[in-house]
Design a protein around this ligand. Structure first.
Ligand code: PLP
Length: 412
C-alpha cells in the first residue's frame, strides 16, 4: 500500500473535509478558524460562492485550451482585467501555474531582457523550490541543502531587518543600501546584474515589511545601473497587505511583477507582468508551459478579482490587519518570550525568542500546536520556526479576528 512521502510533514493532525469562508471543517465536523488561508491562497475565503460558480460553469464549457494552438476567452479576459489593477505600463502578461514557476519565468525574462546573468536577493528571501527559485531563496537552509549545485551568480545582500539588526528602521535601510552598493562595487558589477528580486513583505522570512525607503533605493539603483527591479508579489499581491500591491505604498513601479497565490482563490495559476520593452525580448517557446493560463483557473481568477472589488477586500485587509496587529501586540506585551510583533495588512507575525534574544522555535511550535487544538490554524516559518504567522482570508471580519486573538492568548 502506498503512503505519503515524509516530505509532506504536517504541523497539525487536522484532516480537512470542507472549507467555508474563514473556516475549515474536519471529518468529525470540528470547526477551525483558518488563519493560514492555505499559505495566503484562499483570500476570498474557502469556496466563495462566486468563485465556485465561475469555476463550475467553466468546467462544463472548456477546461483546457492550450494557448500555442487555441486561445480562449477566460485567458483574454483575465489579461484585460489584470491590466486594470497592475501598475501602469506593466501591460504584457503570460501565465504559469505556481509561485516558483513564475519566479523561474521572471528570472529567465530578466536575463533575456538584459543579456546579463546575475541576480541580487536579500537575506530572509523566499522565492520557491524549483532550482532557479531555490537559488534565489535564503530563508532556510533546508530548502537548499543537498540539492546543489544551485544556480551561480546569485548575490545575497543584507535585508534592512531593523529588529534583528537592533537598529532604527532608517539606520537599517542606510546599512542595507550601503552593503548593496558595496556588492555592486565588488561582487556583481552592474554590467553583470540582470535583476534584483524583492518581496515587499518577507513571507517565509517572517513577515518583515520592506521599508519604503529601501524599495525607493532599489529603484534608484536599478535605474542607475540598468538592471530590473522584480517585485515578488506572490504572497503580498491582491490586497494581502492592505493595499492592492505590496510595493504600492513606496510609490515605486517595479519592472516585473510576479503574482500567484491570491490570484485565483486556490486554483493553480500565476502571472508575470512586465512592460512591452522588457517582454518583447523573450521569444515564443521560451516561456510558459502546457497548463499556463488554464481556462478554469482563469475563470476562478476573474471571479476572485470581482469579489475583491465588490466586497472591498483591500480596505478590509487594512482594517482587520490593524485590529489583528493591535491584539497581537497586547498578547505580546504580556509574554516576554514574544520579542517582536510585526507585519502589514493581513500578514501579521509574532516572533518568539529566549531571554537572551535567540530564536525560540520550540516555544513557537508549542503555541502553534496548542492553537490548533483550540481550533485556530496558524503557520510558523523558516529558518528557525520561531515566527508564528497569521494570514487569514481577506474576508475575515472583526468578530472572527477577536475570536482568533482569544484563542491565541489561550495558546501561548
Ligand atoms: N514567492 C513567494 C514570495 C512565496 O511566498 C512563495 C510561496 O510561499 C513562492 C514564491 C513560491 O510559490 P509556490 O509555493 O506556489 O511555488
Amino acid at each position: 500500500m502506498a503512503e505519503l512521502s515524509p516530505v509532506l510533514k504536517q504541523a497539525t493532525p487536522v484532516l480537512a473535509e470542507r472549507g467555508e469562508g474563514v473556516h475549515i471543517y474536519d471529518e468529525d465536523g470540528r470547526r477551525f478558524l483558518d488563519f493560514t488561508a492555505g499559505i495566503g491562497v484562499t483570500s476570498t475565503g474557502h469556496c466563495h460562492p462566486k468563485v465556485v460558480a465561475a469555476a463550475q460553469e467553466q468546467v462544463g464549457t472548456l477546461i483546457h485550451g492550450q494557448y500555442t494552438t487555441v486561445m480562449h476567452r477566460p485567458l483574454l479576459r483575465l489579461t484585460e482585467r489584470l491590466g486594470e489593477v497592475l501598475p501602469e505600463g506593466l501591460d504584457r502578461l503570460f501565465y504559469v501555474n505556481s509561485g516558483s514557476e513564475a519566479v523561474e519565468a521572471a528570472l529567465r525574462l530578466a536575463r533575456q531582457a538584459t543579456g546579463r546573468q546575475n541576480a541580487i536577493v536579500f537575506t530572509g528571501s523566499f522565492h520557491g523550490r524549483t532550482m532557479g527559485a531555490a537559488s534565489l531563496t535564503t530563508s532556510g537552509t533546508k530548502i537548499r541543502a543537498g540539492i546543489g549545485p544551485l544556480m551561480p551568480g546569485v548575490v545575497v545582500s543584507p535585508f534592512p531587518h531593523a529588529y534583528r539588526l537592533s537598529m532604527s528602521e532608517a539606520d537599517a535601510v542606510a546599512h542595507a543600501l550601503r552593503e548593496l552598493d558595496y556588492q555592486l562595487a565588488t561582487t556583481t558589477s552592474p554590467q553583470e546584474t540582470a535583476a534584483v528580486f524583492i518581496e515587499p513583505v518577507l513571507g517565509e522570512g517572517g513577515y518583515v515589511p520592506v521599508p519604503d525607503a529601501f524599495l525607493q533605493g532599489l529603484r534608484e539603483r536599478a535605474d542607475q545601473h540598468g538592471f530590473l527591479l522584480v517585485a515578488d508579489e506572490v504572497q503580498t499581491g491582491f490586497g494581502r497587505t492592505g493595499t492592492f500591491w505590496g510595493h504600492e505604498r513606496s510609490g515605486i513601479t517595479p519592472d516585473i511583477v510576479i503574482t500567484a497565490k491570491g490570484l485565483a482563490s486556490g486554483f493553480p495559476i500565476s502571472a508575470i507582468a512586465a512592460p512591452a520593452a522588457v517582454m518583447e525580448k523573450a521569444w515564443p517557446g521560451s516561456q510558459g508551459g502546457t497548463y499556463g493560463g488554464n481556462a478554469v483557473a482563469c475563470a476562478a481568477a476573474l471571479a476572485t478579482l470581482d469579489v475583491i472589488e465588490e466586497e472591498g477586500l483591500v480596505a478590509n485587509s487594512a482594517a482587520q490587519g490593524e485590529r489583528l496587529r493591535q491584539g497581537l501586540e497586547k498578547v505580546g506585551s504580556a509574554h516576554p518570550e514574544i520579542g517582536d510583533v510585526r507585519g502589514r495588512g493581513l500578514m501579521q507575525a509574532s516572533e518568539f525568542v529566549t531571554a537572551d534574544g535567540a530564536p525560540d522555535g520550540a516555544t513557537a511550535a508549542r503555541a502553534q500546536q496548542a492553537a490548533a487544538k483550540n481550533g485556530l490554524l496558524l503557520l510558523t516559518c523558516a529558518p528557525h520556526g520561531n515566527v508564528v504567522r497569521m494570514i487569514p482570508p481577506l474576508v475575515v471580519n472583526g468578530e472572527q479576528v477577536d475570536s482568533a486573538l482569544e484563542l491565541w492568548a489561550a495558546s501561548v
